[in-house]
Design a protein around this ligand. Structure first.
Ligand SMILES: Cc1cc2nc3c(=O)[nH]c(=O)nc-3n(C[C@H](O)[C@H](O)[C@H](O)COP(=O)(O)OP(=O)(O)OC[C@H]3O[C@@H](n4cnc5c(N)ncnc54)[C@H](O)[C@@H]3O)c2cc1C
Ligand code: HEM
Length: 371
């Protein structure tokens, strides 16, 4: 198998832009109408997400050993979409038909055979992982909303209870689907360490024009139902003797670091820990009372809140990166940070410049462009 050849072949196809996704989905839905219901109601936004990922991933099948862990998670994760082993052949057929259509004269029996073999390899790893997961876990976890609290006009704290226990590690996230936006899944981080009563808190910030965050902050109420996917993410506490801990959350990036703080509070001898929470204005410090409660009577834990865009704020002012940097030194600390790309990039590079090795900086990037 020649990854370079498949990569070039897909790059040439992808040059046709939106038409590629349009062709792929119409081919799939025409030949297999039963698959239509698995996809979002409106296909207008992000229509090209699956086909682009599909093409790029399959083109890399030559590096299967490196790719396998990622494909296993992807295969397991596809259970929540309702994808069954029988769906992989139809998707493969439509992928091949799309590639053939846009490749024109470049499409030879030889190239078709390479794509077929690559797709079969990738599909095999994904379906094997899904079958393995199905022996232990549901395709998704049903959860009912116990409480929904708007802490500011754009931030909600939501408590849910899952019907079946959902084992996870503090710092991880799950994909969430609400009946208000069927088949649109977005990741949210559990904001607490696992509890015996199977309740989970989520902190959701409304993104301007954001389909799911808008529904979760403004549309949800107690009694609503959610579906949760399998836990993902590596922002998990790595206990190392003698190391201190720096927890940093920008806006609702607080959620996973708060879960880790709760985990530390359950240890017999928690490491010395400093938790920073940043927001643009004081109103964005939506969970400060709970953090202060956690820190009260916990001499190992210090909490610092800071605000970047409110000159009359009485506490610490400035971006998280600046406030953290001036509160150091941080020798001997492992850092865990979560929030927007802008915030995590800024803080991670500042910590690196302060001498914390990259390997000790753990990041969960929520991906928003604006903090
Ligand atoms: C692992 C992980 C954990 C997360 N945990 C949380 C959490 O605990 N709390 C929380 O509030 N959010 C969290 N997020 C972000 C969340 O998953 C959604 O991206 C966010 O709520 C926006 O979804 P939406 O459907 O409202 O917006 P969309 O409808 O997806 O997007 C609307 C618009 O917002 C902007 N936008 C949204 N997302 C992005 C992005 N990823 N990159 C660039 N622009 C974007 C774009 O302009 C886009 O057009 C997490 C993300 C990840 C990856
Ligand atoms: C080799 C096989 C496949 C690969 C590599 C693949 C890859 C992907 C990727 C990377 C995503 C985006 C994930 C995300 O945004 O969270 C995705 C989404 C999705 N996939 Fe697949 N997939 C494959 C097969 C299938 C099959 C067989 C089905 C079943 C019909 C399917 C249904 C979906 C659905 C419904 C989505 C969500 C789309 C959306 O939200 O717009 N996939 N896939």
């Amino acid at each position: 198998m020649d990854p370079g050849r498949l990569r070039d072949s897909f790059a040439r196809v992808a040059m046709h832009g939106d038409a590629v996704a349009l062709f792929f989905y119409s081919d799939l839905f025409l030949r297999h109408p039963e698959t239509r219901d698995m996809f979002p109601v409106s296909m207008a936004a992000q229509r090209d997400r699956l086909i682009n990922a599909l093409g790029r991933i399959v083109a890399e099948a030559g590096r299967l050993e490196e790719l396998a862990p990622f494909l296993q998670v992807l295969g397991r994760d596809h259970r929540k979409f309702g994808a069954l082993a029988d769906h992989y052949a139809p998707v493969g057929e439509s992928l091949l038909a799309t590639l053939a259509h846009f490749s024109g004269e470049d499409w030879t029996p030889d190239l078709a055979a390479e794509w077929t073999a690559a797709y079969e390899l990738v599909a095999q790893v994904m379906t094997d992982a899904a079958a393995h997961d199905a022996r232990r876990n549901p395709a998704y976890w049903d959860a009912t909303v116990l409480s929904h609290e708007l802490r500011s006009f754009d931030i909600a704290v939501i408590r849910v209870a899952t019907v079946q226990p959902l084992p996870y590690r503090p710092g991880q996230s799950v994909a969430v689907e609400t009946a208000l936006q069927p088949r649109l899944w977005r990741y949210y981080s559990m904001a607490n360490a696992p509890r015996e009563d199977s309740t989970i808190d989520f902190h959701v910030r409304m993104i301007d024009g954001g389909a799911v965050s808008m529904a979760l902050t403004r549309g949800l109420e107690a009694g609503s139902w959610l579906r949760l996917g399998a836990p993902v993410g590596n922002l998990t506490f790595d206990a190392k003797p003698g190391r201190n801990v720096l927890l940093i959350g920008g806006s609702t990036g607080l959620a996973p670091v708060k879960a880790i703080a709760e985990q530390l509070s359950e240890m017999a001898e928690p490491p010395r820990t400093h938790l920073f929470m940043g927001a643009r204005t004081e109103e964005g410090l939506y969970d400060l009372p709970a953090l202060e409660k956690l820190a009260a009577g916990a001499p190992w834990l210090r909490v610092t809140a800071c605000v970047s865009d409110q000159p009359d704020y009485a506490g610490q002012r400035g971006d998280l990166a600046d406030v953290v940097a001036r509160s150091g030194p941080w020798n001997g600390y492992d850092a865990y940070l979560a929030g927007s790309t802008a915030m995590t990039d800024a803080v991670a590079s500042r910590l690196a410049s302060l001498g914390i090795p990259d390997t000790q900086i753990h990041v969960e990037d929520f991906g928003w462009s604006n903090p």
